[in-house]
Design a protein around this ligand. Structure first.
Ligand code: NAG
Ligand code: NAG
Ligand code: NAG
Ligand code: NAG
Ligand code: NAG
Ligand code: NAG
Ligand code: NAG
Length: 501
């Protein structure tokens, strides 16, 4: 625990150096940090009045590994009270009515992105995401959750309480995490809660992949806009904060040099990013999407369009992967009812490497740069926070202490962010996913993304810094001796012979 705290207390937010960069290259105020999410880290799934979330229901019913205990962060956070100095919730808050849990403890916050800035010396600047798709099960049971427009008013009420109670401490609010992936996973593929779909080859007991992804995407956009409005009216000026939405963004490369694949890339961008971003920036969906999805795509009324437009102060980007894109000629007679992917009309191959272990992601910093460039050029250069970036390795405590591939990945991607910033992108922050190993939402405990490892066999869930934790810490301190490949090798050899853990 001391090491965790010392990592944090030694963070300086201004830091970057090395061959392609210098610590002064990132603009002053650029934030670095790392991220976790409540369900994936907390555990204590049935304590202190916590009601089942959709993840509990989804995973328990499938007899899969789950977040019942995971890092046991809920019990351990007390040891880190100094960085959880957020207000305690009053017990009569509407959270109780909404059934959102843990009202007496700060951990009701579904996710906290922590970073340190010199202006908050020895403390942490939290970046909070309100909804990490872990809403109470009873909202599903009551009225179908996000498929029902009632989610808009309930989410707005929830957000309003968070702004009121925590807004003096929290200056960066993200309303909804990866709104696109949540929607596709939960309503097109059925691989995440609430597990609804009708796509061929999937196994969902209910759902409609032709329509529901678009309805849910629409409702979430309206929920975001509706929550942003009271923030801007009542809190923003007084509290001096900002609010945004996050999306999962892939870097795309054509699988052949054909014109079709090139056009397919634009369609993939429209469906993945434009779907989320164009309403926020221009007040409506991309034309190509409207043309293809037709009457299945909900329509913004004039008033809604105005409310959604301009409802984000920043765009949160979650980026891990590149995908190679092939155009598909849509053949409805074969594919049956259309779904999100057949509408998009592309097939994608993720670029995942097997270099170090089968779990690692390809180091493709161009993909990060292209995402940032695309948003800059297509959407008027809005402020961006990269809320997640990182690479998994196989969950193996021995291997993890020497997570050189993670160091190389982070080094390359931070370099890509710097390149985009230098070329005018208004990117303002970067957070490594994840602070420590935790329950990964699709891959469970197989994948390890953390800067710290957690011994999940140990009842105390002992944490140990990995090589990447030392590297990131040194990087943030502006110590460029760690940055070159020689530095990494040296760090690794110093680290293996030292007595950390
Ligand atoms: C659940 O999974 C465990 C471990 O894979 C297995 O031992 C157990 O029999 C399973 N239970 C059910 C009800 O399928
Ligand atoms: C679909 O899921 C149900 C319920 O879990 C299960 O009984 C059935 O065997 C599954 N079918 C396929 C094709 O996987
Ligand atoms: C999905 O909804 C559409 C529009 O209501 C309908 O035409 C289609 O048959 C539905 N598909 C399924 C699988 O229920
Ligand atoms: C840099 O930005 C300019 C202006 O937006 C753009 O035309 C150019 O392609 C960008 N360069 C790179 C390497 O992305
Ligand atoms: C993890 O914890 C278990 C149980 O306490 C212990 O036996 C094991 O040695 C630990 N593993 C490592 C790599 O520390
Ligand atoms: C940078 O790291 C080296 C090697 O560990 C250390 O000797 C030096 O004091 C560090 N410099 C700073 C500014 O932290
Ligand atoms: C590794 O240790 C040596 C000897 O203590 C020191 O000179 C060097 O700066 C260290 N390098 C790193 C990257 O920590």
């Amino acid at each position: 625990m001391e090491l965790i705290l010392s990592l944090f207390t030694t963070f300086l937010f201004l830091a970057l150096s090395g061959r392609c960069s210098d610590k002064n290259d990132f603009p002053e105020g650029f934030t670095f940090g790392s991220a976790t999410s409540a369900y994936q880290w907390e555990g204590a799934f049935d304590e202190d009045g916590r009601k089942p979330s959709v993840w509990d229901t989804f995973l328990h019913s499938r007899n899969r590994s789950n977040g019942d205990i995971t890092c046991d962060g809920y019990h351990k956070y007390k040891m880190c009270r100094s960085w959880w100095k957020l207000a305690e919730m009053p017990s009569d808050s509407p959270f109780l009515r909404l059934g959102l849990y843990r009202v007496r403890k700060v951990l009701l916050i579904p996710r906290v992105y922590s970073s340190i800035r010199t202006s908050f010396k020895n403390s942490i600047e939290p970046h909070v995401t309100l909804f990490h798709y872990d809403h109470p099960q009873y909202l599903e049971d009551d009225y179908g959750g996000s498929i029902n427009r009632r989610i808009i008013q309930d989410f707005t009420a929830y957000a309003d309480v968070c702004f009121r109670e925590f807004g003096h401490h929290v200056k960066f609010w993200t309303t909804i995490n990866e709104a696109n992936i949540f929607t596709i996973g939960g309503y097109n593929d059925g691989i995440t809660p609430p597990g609804r779909c009708s796509s061929p080859g999937r196994n969902c007991s209910s759902g409609n992949s032709s329509t529901e992804p678009y309805i849910v995407g629409h409702n979430l956009r309206l929920a975001h806009a509706s929550a942003s409005r009271p923030y801007k009216q009542k809190y923003k000026d007084m509290q001096g904060g900002s609010i945004g939405l996050s999306l999962f963004a892939l870097g795309f490369t054509p699988s052949t040099s054909s014109k079709d694949d090139d056009i397919a890339i634009q369609r993939a961008k429209d469906f993945y990013s434009g779907w989320m971003l164009e309403p926020l920036i221009f007040g409506d969906y991309p034309d190509e999407m409207k043309r293809i999805v037709g009457s299945r795509l909900p329509v913004f009324s004039k008033e809604e369009s105005e409310q959604v437009k301009g409802s984000s102060d920043f765009v949160g980007i979650i980026h891990y992967l590149a995908a190679s894109v092939t155009n598909i000629k849509i053949r409805p007679s074969i594919s049956g009812n259309p779904n999100f992917y057949s509408d998009m009309g592309v097939s994608m191959t993720w670029t995942v490497l097997g270099k170090f272990s089968a779990f690692e992601y390809d180091v493709a910093p161009w993909a990060m740069e292209s995402v940032l460039e695309y948003i800059k050029q297509s959407y008027g250069n809005p402020p961006i926070y990269i809320l997640e970036n990182g690479t998994p390795m196989k969950q193996d405590l021995q291997l993890q202490q020497k997570d050189t591939p993670r160091v190389e990945y982070l080094h390359a991607y931070i370099g890509a962010v710097l390149k985009a910033v230098r070329n005018g992108s208004d990117t303002r922050g970067y957070f490594v996913w994840s602070f420590m190993d935790l329950y990964e939402l699709v891959k469970g405990y197989e994948f390890s993304f953390g800067l710290y490892s957690v011994n999940f066999s140990d009842p105390h869930r002992k944490r140990s810094p990995k090589l990447s934790a030392h590297w990131y810490s040194a990087f943030l301190k502006g110590n460029n001796t760690f940055l070159g490949s020689q530095g990494i090798t040296q760090l690794q050899s110093n680290f293996s012979s030292s007595s950390f853990s």
